[in-house]
Structures are given as C-alpha cells and as structure tokens.
Write a new protein. Sequence first.
Length: 77
Amino acid sequence: MNEVTLIGIDLGKHVFHLHAQDAKGHEVFRKKLSRAQLIPFFSNLKAVTVVMEACPGAHWLARKLDAMGHQAKLISA
C-alpha cells in the first residue's frame, strides 16, 4: 500500500469523509468516520498534511491536529 501524505476531510456534524492520497496524487483510501472516531484515527497515524474547508469547527480541529504533529491547512469555501 502506498504511503499517505495528504488527507482531505469533508467536515460534517456527525460524520466525516476522508480521502487520502500518496505523494503522486493517487488515492490510497476513502473512509467515513464518526465524530468519536476522528481524533483517535489521527492520533494513530504518522504525520501528514490535512486539508479541510475553513469554518469554526475546522479551526478547533486544526489546532488538535497540529498538536498531534500533523500539518493542518484550511482552504476557503
């Protein structure tokens, strides 16, 4: 399996959709996680770049991910 370097998150209230890519931009996996599963999933993952749409909840999540060693990037809507 290719090594994940980038994860995009579609933020939601109860369910989050993740799309992971390798360094060449090829899809590695797609996952659907609940709110309770999201933080434990990233805490067990090596440091990657995480991209998500900027919103109030995204800023909180970005701070959590940065504390775990990931690089969080917020993009405009």
